[in-house]
Design a protein around this ligand. Structure first.
Ligand SMILES: Cc1cc2nc3c(=O)[nH]c(=O)nc-3n(C[C@H](O)[C@H](O)[C@H](O)COP(=O)(O)OP(=O)(O)OC[C@H]3O[C@@H](n4cnc5c(N)ncnc54)[C@H](O)[C@@H]3O)c2cc1C
Length: 387
């Protein structure tokens, strides 16, 4: 399948790092750069012994997209809000917008949210801004939540819908969510701790960008919907670079601009804002959905992510495993790197240079054990990118 081949061909995209649609389209529609000042590019100290943290997370992928709907259950109104695949951070603010009216319709002023990951925390902040009192119940909170293991890139259509479910109506809803999210992200630029920042990135390729890499994967991964074309205006297009304009060994290099979330400081910011506005957090592991009957609140927002599969019996959630690793921070490295066909991507986060590679069997895989060899190999490949 052509799409599948492309998935195998762009490391960032195949790792769930980059919105593949955006990348592919950018390659095809590059504009002539307005200026060509060569930038000094600090080399990455890509050595496996500089790895300081490895983490595994499962993207909560639903072929039909996130579940955002209300359901009477065990004497409560449960507003489901989960299933954001590889886009949970990017879409979080916009995705909370359609969930909010469902919450407000219950006319409860004190609500419960189950889950303290990307979706739970953001939904809580949106509810607080609407004047509600919120108590979060959760098994884990940051940094232990699965969301903490994400890459931290603006990737609003990554493993979010299968292509067959992306009807025009779905695409319109998605665009509204993506634009609303993007707007909020821009309001956080320049804040202390740099929760969000824009960085240049370089996409490397051994073959021209308009040629697809041969498929190498064995997973039965579906064709995902590519929706980013409708929001093309939100970020600059990529530009081709001449060999003297970069230090990389690959014959084909393009520069793009990418929004990066510094998840450590961003999660802390979310938590602080939530608590400052009267939010409460209660440690609770729900073993069965029946247990929500015992909660004080009558409106419960279900933001349990992949946890909804077990807790609410939603077997449509498919775990898509992903592993991230961090190298010791190098503040001078302020660019991202994606090496097409070499299964490695690097993102310049403030808490370390995040390195990602896709495993051979990530789809429908809920194994959260760390595979150190996978990340060490990715670091070695990263080192090879520098001439
Ligand atoms: C490798 C990787 C890279 C990614 N990169 C990006 C990226 O660059 N950009 C992006 O936008 N997205 C990215 N994603 C996707 C993103 O991480 C997810 O979409 C997002 O984390 C989902 O958040 P969540 O809040 O729904 O789930 P979670 O973070 O899993 O939070 C669920 C919460 O519910 C609680 N919970 C669950 N079950 C129970 C229970 N039974 N009782 C009590 N509490 C419970 C948990 O303790 C937790 O607090 C990536 C994902 C992976 C795997």
């Amino acid at each position: 399948m052509q799409r599948r081949k492309l998935l195998q061909s762009v490391p960032g995209a195949l790792c769930g790092l980059m919105p593949l649609g955006a990348l592919a389209d950018e390659f095809a529609n590059a504009v002539k750069p307005a200026f060509r000042v060569p930038l000094p590019i600090a080399p990455v100290r890509a050595q496996p012994d500089r790895l300081i943290d490895l983490a595994v997370c499962t993207r909560p992928f639903r072929p039909q997209g996130p579940r955002i709907e209300a359901q009477p259950l065990h004497g409560k109104t449960v507003v489901h809000h989960y299933g954001h695949g590889g886009s949970g951070w990017s879409l979080s603010w916009g995705s909370a917008q359609p969930a909010l009216p469902l919450v407000l319709a219950t006319r409860e002023r004190h609500i419960a949210i189950i889950g303290c990951g990307a979706i739970g925390l953001t939904t809580a902040r949106v509810a607080q801004r609407a004047g509600l009192r919120v108590r979060i119940y959760c098994k884990e909170r940051p940094p232990e939540v699965r969301s903490s293991a994400a890459t931290g890139l603006w990737s609003p259509d990554s493993r979010l819908y299968s292509a067959e479910h992306a009807t025009p109506a779905v695409a319109m809803e998605w665009e509204a969510m993506a634009r609303a999210s993007f707007k909020v992200w821009q309001s956080m630029l320049g804040l202390p701790g740099e929760p969000v920042a824009w960085h240049d990135g370089y996409v490397l390729s051994d073959i021209p960008f308009d040629q697809a890499q041969p498929a190498t994967g064995t997973d039965a991964e579906p064709e995902y919907a590519e929706l980013e074309d409708s929001i093309r205006d939100l970020r600059p297009q990529s530009v081709p670079l001449r060999p003297e304009e970069h230090p990389f060994k690959a014959p084909h290099v393009r520069r793009l601009t990418q929004m990066v979330f510094n998840l450590a400081s961003y999660q802390r910011l979310l938590m602080e804002d939530f608590l400052r506005e009267g939010g409460e957090i209660e440690q609770r592991d729900f073993l069965h959905a029946r247990q929500i009957a015992g909660l004080r609140e009558r409106t419960v927002v279900n933001c349990t992510g992949y946890g909804a599969r077990a807790l609410f019996g939603d077997k449509s959630i498919i775990p898509v495993r992903g592993q991230t690793a961090r190298l010791i921070p190098q503040p001078e490295v302020d660019y991202a790197l994606f090496w097409r066909g070499h299964n490695v991507a690097m993102v310049p986060r403030r808490d370390g240079l995040l390195v990602q590679a896709q495993g051979p069997h990530d789809f429908d895989n809920d194994d959260t054990r760390v595979d150190r060899a996978l990340s060490e190999d990715a670091v070695r490949r990263l080192a090879e990118a520098f001439a």
